[in-house]
Design a protein around this ligand. Structure first.
Ligand SMILES: [Zn+2]
Length: 225
């Protein structure tokens, strides 16, 4: 993209965003929701929630929608995700995977054939790999590659949700949802629809019906393992 085009896009933003829209959040933020999406350019993190209000959603975008990072002491919840939960009163976290995820694909390839990636990308793959390896072993027989990846997309979202729920540093009153953004008609013919696949660790239709009956008609999974 030419730099002047980038700036022209911002001009449109400025003209559409009258200045008073920032008035309520001049001095701080208390977003109700933190979203953790893959940074894939097809995942429209704000648009998928029709988010146009400054201060409403704390948005995190990392390849493979990871909530964790590695430190000298081992894997821990990423500060990018933790910040609003600890410092801004955010009480809902949504981990949002997406169909056809390239990071999940690369991780699957690394687990099955090995890949040769620069350190920064390998770092992300390694963090996913630790979580996805049991999922690769448990995959149903007979899946084509596309379906394999989409099964593992769900498995990865489950693992990231699990990490948040099991963390000692995430406040206990934080609720965590797992979703998959479908822009490839994998779940339905409604592109852009968020599929609810995990609510606070519940990931079967029975459990959702029992624990979150109001959400049961939005719950859809490819893989119940
Ligand atoms: Zn992705």
């Amino acid at each position: 993209m030419e730099l002047h085009e980038l700036l022209e896009r911002n001009d449109r933003h400025v003209s559409e965003f009258s200045n008073d829209r920032f008035d309520a959040v001049q001095d701080g933020q208390s977003p109700e929701l933190v979203t953790v999406c893959c940074s894939d350019s097809r995942v429209l993190q704000d648009e998928l929630l029709t988010n146009e209000t400054p201060g409403d959603v704390f948005t995190v975008g990392v390849i493979g929608n990871r909530v964790c990072e590695r430190t000298d002491d081992g894997a821990t919840i990423s500060g990018d995700v933790l910040y609003p939960l600890v410092h801004a009163g955010t009480t809902t976290a949504a981990v949002i995977g997406h169909t056809g995820c390239g990071a999940v694909t690369a991780t699957y390839q690394d687990l099955t054939d090995g890949v040769d990636e620069p350190d920064g990308i390998q770092y992300a793959i390694d963090l996913l790999k630790d979580r996805l390896a049991p999922g690769v072993d448990a995959l149903p027989d007979g899946l084509d590659e596309e379906s394999t990846i989409n099964h593992l997309v769900e498995y990865n979202v489950d693992r990231q949700v699990e990490l948040l729920l099991e963390s000692d540093v995430v406040p206990d009153d934080v609720s965590v949802a797992g979703l998959v953004y479908d822009f490839q008609n994998v779940y339905s013919d409604e592109r852009g629809r968020l599929q609810l696949i995990n609510v606070d660790g519940s990931r079967t239709a029975d459990a959702i019906e029992r624990n979150e009956p109001a959400l049961s008609d939005r719950f859809t999974r490819l893989w119940s393992y």
